[in-house]
Design a protein around this ligand. Sequence first.
Ligand SMILES: Cc1cc2nc3c(=O)[nH]c(=O)nc-3n(C[C@H](O)[C@H](O)[C@H](O)COP(=O)(O)OP(=O)(O)OC[C@H]3O[C@@H](n4cnc5c(N)ncnc54)[C@H](O)[C@@H]3O)c2cc1C
Length: 421
Amino acid sequence: MKTLAHRNIPITIIGGGIHGTSIALRLLREMPTAKRHLAILDRHPKPLTQWRCKTERQGMTFLRSPAVHHITPDALGIVEYAERHNRTSELAPPYAQPSTQLFWDFCKDTLSSVGAGFPCSPGSQIHPIKHGIYHQFEVAKLRWDKGAGKFPFRLISTDNQGFRSRCVILAIGADDCAYVPPEFTQWQRQFPERVIHASEFSVLKEFETSPAKIVVVGGGLTAGTLAKSLSEDGHDVALIARKPLKTEQFDFPPVWLGPKALAEFTSETNFQQRYEIIQQNRGEGSITPDIMEALVDAPNIKRYPETCIRNILTAKECPSAQRLQIETTRDTITDVSRVILATGYQFNLHRYGFLRELITQHQIPLVRGLPRLDDDLQLHPIQNLFGTGTIAQLQIGPAAGNIAGASLAYERLREKLHSQL
Ligand SMILES: Cc1cc2nc3c(=O)[nH]c(=O)nc-3n(C[C@H](O)[C@H](O)[C@H](O)COP(=O)(O)OP(=O)(O)OC[C@H]3O[C@@H](n4cnc5c(N)ncnc54)[C@H](O)[C@@H]3O)c2cc1C
């Protein structure tokens, strides 16, 4: 791959996940020549690695969102792909939610056709090495030298490579912001191998040689999916949620994809209020009907809604085996092998080390850790630094971090991106 060192790149996207690739594909569709002016950077060697790992680690077999939401602007892209490959059985009713494998294969196929870093399929005309826009490059520092010519951004990698860019889009997801509720931090310190956040846990890893008792904390889809996957592997699962377990197909009301709700949202001038609206609409998480049915049917899952954990101790009966005893507001669960915190993510720009200096130096205003982007998704006061994904919540609303949020973000970014080329 052509190295980035010492080059001047008009548009750089940091993050090769769902959002980074979606923005790039939309831009390339409208301006194919952008291929020569665009770089996607990610710490992983291949695009969408994070997405793939997250879904595999939980054992998630179907997406929550309908087939129309994916990485290209063609609403029927996945459906047509499924038809072409005789895989329509992987579109689940009622909204044609694709299987994670179908979604992945479709993305892989789409990205190799534009040479974005996947190995080419046989017969492809595009050579990924010559045309690759995707670069494995972990950004260690982002600098903005205001007034320093046409390429004011300087990006430096963890292995000290550097290049300049005219415009930068942050598509960094929220994975660096795993949320551990405060009461769990002491227990996590006490039992670092046993009390872990869901982002560090994988159902694929051989973590117990025989069936064990696992506590999953959380009321969202991650908690539900993990409980289901673990029970299918023969473990006994206690699913503990602070609130009643809620069943919903989607993780936010679909009106948030339409212009009316979004216009009302952006007419709210108080950004703190916007934050509250997002919290109200995304709530504390919910579980899809199919997963909830599996949880109810599984004989080895016990649900503890409206329950809090009061204490976590070493189990008295077998301290050497490091089993835990969990005291809850309902009862005590003994002989627990692990506590998995499916307690989500809480975005905070400060958690991204490569941005720390920039935030301080230019006093980027934050509301509850989220930047107050302007209407074009620009990180005021830095010109031509944009955000998409969870980072853009205060402009895009509750759908910002979802797949559909990328298409809403692109509508806001389009004009500015076109003007860079
Ligand atoms: C298990 C799971 C299932 C989901 N299912 C759905 C669903 O069905 N439908 C839906 O709409 N949404 C779903 N979501 C929500 C959302 O769509 C995903 O979280 C999605 O991955 C977000 O995309 P993203 O590009 O913003 O973030 P990510 O996929 O996390 O990508 C961000 C990328 O930025 C890179 N990065 C960060 N910092 C740096 C740096 N300094 N240098 C280089 N690279 C960096 C990371 O390596 C990563 O690859 C799901 C989320 C999870 C966790």
